[in-house]
Design a protein around this ligand. Structure first.
Ligand SMILES: [Zn+2]
Length: 299
């Protein structure tokens, strides 16, 4: 995960699945989920993290981003046109085939635009499921983290060799605006991702969302898919929509209408948003879909 934002309590993707809900309810449930994740994530290792191979058979997205799995996942190659997959030792570079295609296409789009390479972080484990971290989403093979730091193509060779440098925040330490690391290439990449028809939504730090809201002078439709969330100041998190061929996929609640630049965004800069979540009130996580149970121990 990225370095945490200074604006709101860090939580990364933990409650990202709730971002499409009404904001009041999202706050309450989101905080509960954070506490649940803290309890569940730390207390025991996830059996999904020990699985080293995708399942056999046709690909399918099963369940939700924060409670699901993926059958027949494919691996994102270590490098391709315009992208480099980093931190491979985590074995989180698998996804539903459409997700891998999305990453490859986005890399090609970036490369056509500029001689840069994007750095791709976590997709999913070989069969998805919960990771051994507080990274609660990324379970059903439709989520991917992409770092805002872009490197020249030549430099990417060194990165491939393991010399991973800084992954800086795009947000100033005091949260007042964007950092010197943000620029037109970052905006291009984010907009390219947000206008891809396969994408359901993208999570970015509220400061980034605010800057986009203030600076966009043209078509604002793409801003709707870019949603504010804590963290996400050094990377953005892309979630694809449920593919029609996966009837067991559970979609994240639909996005509200509009560009998302109004009251919901303003809340992230309120005193309430800055306060750490209140302890207590943890609830049991939803049971996993039955098809995931079969996948966990199957061939
Ligand atoms: Zn993520």
């Amino acid at each position: 995960m990225s370095s945490s934002t200074r604006i709101v309590p860090s939580g990364g993707d933990v409650v990202a699945v709730r971002a499409g809900m009404q904001i009041g309810r999202a706050r309450r449930i989101g905080f509960i989920l954070v506490v649940t994740a803290l309890v569940a994530g730390v207390a025991e290792a996830s059996p999904w993290a020990g699985i080293t191979t995708p399942s056999a058979g046709p690909p399918a997205v099963i369940g939700a981003a924060a409670n699901g799995c993926v059958a027949g996942a494919v691996a994102l190659p270590e490098a391709g046109v315009g992208y480099l997959s980093i931190r491979r030792e985590r074995n989180r570079y698998h996804g539903y085939p459409r997700l891998v295609e999305f990453v490859e296409d986005l890399g090609e789009r970036l490369a056509r635009h500029q001689d840069l390479v994007m750095l791709v972080g976590d997709l999913a484990q070989p069969r998805g499921g919960l990771m051994d971290s507080l990274h609660v989403s990324h379970q059903n093979g439709l989520d991917v983290d992409i770092w805002f730091r872009l490197v020249p193509t030549m430099q990417s060779v060194a990165w491939r060799a393991g010399d991973i440098g800084a992954l800086p925040s795009m947000v100033q330490p005091d949260g007042s605006g964007l950092s010197v690391h943000w620029g037109p290439p970052q905006r291009f990449l984010l907009q390219a991702a947000a206008t891809d028809p396969r994408v359901d939504r993208i999570f970015v730090n509220p400061v980034i969302k605010r800057a986009l809201c203030e600076s966009e002078t043209g078509d604002r439709e793409w801003l709707r898919r870019v949603r504010p969330w804590r963290g996400h100041d050094a990377h953005f998190h892309v979630r694809l929509a449920c593919p029609p061929s996966s009837p067991e996929c559970i979609a994240t609640p639909p996005l509200p209408v509009g560009d998302g630049c109004g009251a919901e965004l303003a809340w992230w800069f309120s005193d309430e948003a800055r306060r750490p979540p209140a302890p207590g009130g943890a609830r049991q996580p939803d049971p996993m879909p039955a098809a995931c149970q079969a996948l966990l121990y199957g061939p």
